[in-house]
Design a protein around this ligand. Structure first.
Ligand code: BJW
Length: 253
C-alpha cells in the first residue's frame, strides 16, 4: 500500500475513533535537530550506550554521564517543537480521547501544548539525588553540572549522592505507574500509532502490539520501517513532520 493510501485510510479510521493511542520516539524530534539514537550520525554512533545510559556507567564515571546529559538537556532547551509535535497537540484537541506516550526525554511534546504526556523513559528536565531521590532544583543544575567529563561531578545538595537525570537507563525499570497507565490505555485504543521509533527497545516497543492484540488498528509513521512494521496494519514511510500535519489538517481543518 502506498504512503498516500495508508494516510487516507488512517484519516478515515481516525474520523470515527473514540480512543487514539500514540507512541513516539526520537524520530519525532529529529526535525527539531535533536539526533536520534540509532540512525546514521545518531547518539549511539558516537557513544556506546553502556558507557552513558546505564547504572554501571554512572557508578564508574558520574561526571562523564552527567556532562553528556547536561549537553543534551541544554540542546533540548535550545530546540523548538516541530510540525509533528504541534500536529499531535492539535489532534488531541479534536479527538474524544487521545493518549500520548513518549519515549522521548526532551520535553518538546509539552512545549508544543500536549498535556498529560506519559513519559515512559523519564525526562532530561528532572534531576534528583542518586542516593535519596531528593529532587534537585533547575537553577543548581545550570551552575553545577560538569561541562566536560574531566570536571568534578555534581554532588546532590545533601552531599550523600550525585545528581542524576530522571531518565530510564538500560536495565532499570520504567516508572511503574506510568507504564501501567500506558499499557491500560493501549488495551482500550481503537487506533494505535507508532511514530518515529525504531521499536527496538522494550517494553516500549510492545505497546502498539498490546493495542493490536486488544483489537486496535495499528500504523506507524517512519521514513524507515521499524522492527515491528511488518506486524502493524499500515506503514506510512514519511517523516513525522510531513505526515502528522497532513493527518491533523484532514481531521481538524
Ligand atoms: C523518523 C524521522 C522523522 C528518523 N520522522 N521518524 C524484551 C526483549 C529484548 C530486550 C528486552 C526486553 N525487555 C527488556 C529488554 C532489555 C532492554 C532492551 O529493550 N534492550 C534492547 C535494546 C535489546 N530494556 C530495558 O533495559 C528497559 N528496562 C527494562 O526492561 O527493565 C526491566 C526491569 C524491571 C524491573 C526492575 C528492573 C528492570 C529500559 C530501557 C531504557 C531505554 N533507555 C534509553 C535511554 C533513555 C535516556 C536517554 O535519552 O538517554 O531510551 S535507550 C534509547 O532508546 C532511549 C530511547 O527512548 C529508546 C528508543 O529509541 P527510539 O526513540 O526508538 O530512537 P531510535 O534512534 O532507535 O529510532 C529513531 C527512529 O526514528 C528510527 O526508526 C528512524 O527511522 C526514525 N526517524 N527521522 C519519523 N523525521
Amino acid at each position: 500500500m502506498s504512503a498516500a493510501a495508508s494516510l487516507d485510510e488512517l484519516v478515515a479510521r481516525l474520523r470515527t475513533a473514540k480512543h487514539v493511542f500514540i507512541l513516539t520516539g526520537a524520530g519525532v524530534s529529529a526535525e527539531s535537530n535533536l539526533p536520534t539514537f540509532r540512525d546514521p550520525g545518531g547518539l549511539w554512533d558516537h557513544h556506546r550506550p553502556e558507557d552513558l545510559a546505564s547504572p554501571d556507567a554512572f557508578a564508574k564515571h558520574p561526571a562523564r554521564v552527567q556532562s553528556w546529559y547536561a549537553h543534551r538537556r541544554r540542546a533540548a532547551l535550545d530546540a523548538q517543537p516541530n510540525a509533528a509535535h504541534h500536529a499531535i497537540a492539535q489532534l488531541a484537541q479534536h479527538m474524544p480521547d487521545l493518549t500520548l506516550v513518549t519515549q522521548n526525554v526532551d520535553g518538546l511534546h509539552q512545549r508544543a501544548g500536549s498535556t498529560q504526556v506519559l513519559e515512559i523513559h523519564g525526562s532530561l528536565h528532572r534531576w534528583h539525588c542518586s542516593n535519596t531521590g531528593e529532587p534537585i532544583d533547575d537553577s543548581a543544575l545550570d551552575a553545577q553540572l560538569p561541562a566536560n567529563p574531566d570536571d568534578p561531578p555534581m554532588r546532590s545538595p545533601s552531599g550523600t549522592g550525585y545528581a542524576r537525570p530522571a531518565v530510564v537507563w538500560f536495565g532499570e525499570g520504567l516508572p511503574t505507574d506510568v507504564l501501567a497507565e500506558a499499557e491500560a490505555k493501549a488495551r482500550t485504543a481503537d487506533i494505535a500509532l507508532s511514530v518515529g521509533t525504531s521499536a527496538l527497545v522494550y517494553p516500549a516497543a510492545a505497546l502498539p502490539l498490546i493495542a493490536q492484540h486488544a483489537g486496535a488498528f495499528t500504523a506507524e509513521i517512519n521514513p524507515q520501517p521499524s522492527a515491528i512494521a511488518h506486524q502493524l496494519d499500515a506503514s506510512i514511510t514519511q517523516p513525522a513532520g510531513i505526515a502528522l500535519p497532513q493527518l491533523s489538517r484532514a481531521l481538524t481543518g
